[in-house]
Design a protein around this ligand. Structure first.
Ligand code: AGP
Length: 609
């Protein structure tokens, strides 16, 4: 998604804005731009491609100004060319705007502007908004922004500056995050805390349909689109700058794969009472009774979070004996869902900003359901709009391919399932055993990370394969989906995850020796069935890479490669079986020379639908 950063204060804006853009690079983009106010004029630079291309165009020529904005664009309307890069200006060329989101009625607004004699230079929806604000501007910048936004349908996170007002930045949001960092005689506004945290931990989160007017003299006011004043509380960003650095790793994805033992310990800390055999989730205290009486749970998410939800479905049904179903956010929001009494909707989202998942939350709440969030980004929109929830506390996840957030989501779902089971039918002893095993998962993952070299060799051996199949049964089916997604999204190799039994209903026709088949075959109640599936693959000349439980001496006779993972209780096996698949995808992408942390066309947080 687009990245937004703006600055007003006592220091030079340009270096702060460039650094901010680099912090936002992981969000994914295809062009970038910057604008400062200097000598009563706007000074704009824009470039296609990486931040370095913009930096080359700036060449310190924008120095000397203490107010400016910068933007990385992830194209939604208009090709990724310089003309379409932000910022965009009004007809006078004295107002500049940067935007994250989609103006859905931009065509109607564009037609109106044409009747007013205002022509557009780009193919973007953003320029329409800039021209509209400029057209409504009569000296009061905040009022012009507010009036224009009242005409907009769609989503926006915007910052606006005007050469007539070198001491002011106006920000506003609907559906795309905007955070105001309150520094020492300075403000940094951004779409993501990672661009703010090195300057100040003190932030204010704008809500939908709120406008912020930020002045150099340190005054700050917020209002609604109806001009009603709004009082905002100051929060603290919980992440540190160190957590946003590579710390010696070549990529953030590698760092995040290898920090999973620690990130999971942080996630579990203070929430598991093995002595009492209970789970403590403070965020659910206010809704515990309603949650325990749930007759049905709907898990809604996108991408990797949706795969975690599929694991959650097994856990809620197996452990808590509550009927559970899983819905893509994008499907749930448009499906006219039936939400009977005692239905609880749980949204899972690392960023807490995914537009489809957020829309599903709003749909659920509008229909009267209790809506909970399992989110990593503290203070994110989904975290603030759900009735209650549980944070992952795995730290910022920078790599576009989600890894530690996935195991963090599994951990929270495992705890929530035990939380409910213990309050419904699970005995003290049974819950104690389960929680003791859960507490040992970080150490089990630590051991599993030793597979890195073997997965690197396997990735090299199959470097020429352009199609992979991932098979798993039961709890390992979502893991197969996740393994396939990891490979395809960072190495651009096609991969498909399937329930192992489904292979014979069609995909088995694809089996050749050129198509590696990853089979997740831990010792569980479906092991013998999976062994049969491996035989089916081999009898057709397929090559098998098996993920198996340590001590399984049959698997080496069946598979070309065996990746052994520690023996853990069946409900917890996804924690360890996913690790070799994360490593395999990582090494494949590195060997193919792909941009591991910023894969093409992808964004870390999809804040548009
Ligand atoms: C996962 O590797 C992908 N980057 C993507 O599928 C991601 O999981 C999805 O966009 C959901 O993001 P969220 O968890 O922030 O809502």
């Amino acid at each position: 998604m687009c990245g937004i950063v703006a600055y007003i204060g006592r220091r030079e804006a340009c270096p702060i804005l460039l650094e901010g853009l680099k912090r936002l690079e992981y969000r994914g983009y295809d062009s970038a731009g910057m604008v400062v106010i200097r000598d009563n004029q706007l000074d704009i630079r824009r470039a296609v491609g990486r931040i370095s291309a913009l930096e080359a165009k700036i060449n310190c020529e924008l120095d000397g100004s203490t107010i400016g904005m910068a933007h990385t664009r992830w194209a939604t309307h208009g090709a990724p060319i310089e003309r379409n890069a932000h910022p965009h200006c009004d007809a006078s060329g004295r107002l500049a705007l940067i935007h994250n989101g989609i103006i859905e009625n931009y065509r109607a607004l564009s037609a109106y502007l044409k009747t007013e004699g205002i022509e557009l230079e780009s193919e973007t929806d953003t320029e329409v908004l800039a021209k509209l604000i400029g057209h409504l501007y009569q000296g009061d910048l905040a009022d012009a922004v507010r009036k224009a936004l009242n005409e907009v349908r769609g989503t926006f996170g915007i910052c606006v500056i005007h050469a007539d007002h070198p001491d002011m930045i106006v920000g506003a949001r609907r559906g795309s995050p905007l955070i105001v960092g309150i520094g020492n005689d300075e403000f940094i506004i951004a779409s993501d805390a990672s661009a703010i945290v090195q300057h100040t931990p003190q932030v204010i989160y704008l809500e939908d349909n709120e406008i912020a007017v930020i002045r150099r003299d340190g005054t700050f006011r917020t209002m609604t689109l109806d001009a009603a004043p709004v009082t905002k509380e100051v929060s603290a960003i919980e992440w540190t700058l160190t957590q946003l650095e590579l710390n010696g790793h070549e990529h953030f994805m590698a760092k995040e794969i290898f920090e999973q033992p620690e990130s999971l310990r942080n996630c579990l800390r203070g929430r598991i009472d093995t002595a009492e055999g209970r789970v403590v989730l403070g965020g659910l205290n206010g809704v515990a009774r309603e949650l325990v009486r749930a007759k049905r749970i709907i898990l809604t998410a996108c991408g990797t979070a949706w795969h975690a939800a599929l694991v959650g479905e097994y856990l809620f049904e197996e452990l808590a004996r509550i009927p559970c179903e899983v819905e893509y956010g994008s499907e749930f929001r448009y499906r006219n869902p039936i939400l009977t009494d005692n239905t609880v909707v749980i949204a899972i989202s690392q960023s807490g900003e995914t537009a489809d998942t957020l829309a599903a939350v709003r749909e659920a709440r509008e229909r009267g359901a209790l809506a909970l969030g399992i989110v990593n980004a503290v203070g994110s929109t989904i975290a603030r709009e759900t009735d209650a929830g549980v944070y992952l506390h795995v730290g910022p996840e920078i790599g576009v391919a989600s890894t530690k957030a996935f195991t963090g989501q599994l951990a929270v779902l495992s705890m929530m399932a035990a939380y409910l089971a213990r309050r419904r039918h699970m005995g003290h002893r049974e819950c104690q055993d389960y929680l003791i095993a859960l507490n040992e998962i970080p150490a089990a993952i630590e051991r599993t990370l030793a597979l890195s070299n073997q997965t690197r060799e396997i990735a090299a051996r199959y470097a020429k394969a352009n199609n992979w199949l991932y098979l798993g049964r039961g709890l390992q089916y979502p893991v197969a989906l996740e393994g396939a997604l990891k490979l395809k999204e960072i190495s651009y190799v096609h991969a498909e995850g399937l329930p192992a039994a489904e292979m014979k209903h069609g995909p088995i026709a694809l089996i050749t020796e050129d198509m590696p088949v990853v089979v997740i075959a831990p010792r569980d109640h479906l092991y013998e069935k999976v062994v049969s599936n491996i035989e089916e693959v081999r009898s057709r000349g397929g090559r098998v890479i098996a993920v198996a439980t340590e001590g399984d001496d049959l698997m080496p006779r069946l598979a070309d490669d065996v990746l052994y993972v520690p023996k853990v209780p069946e409900p917890l096996q996804p924690f360890v079986t996913v690790i070799p698949l994360q490593l395999l995808a990582y090494h494949a992408a590195v060997q193919r020379g792909c941009d591991v942390d910023k894969p093409r066309n992808l964004a870390k947080s999809v804040t548009v639908e």
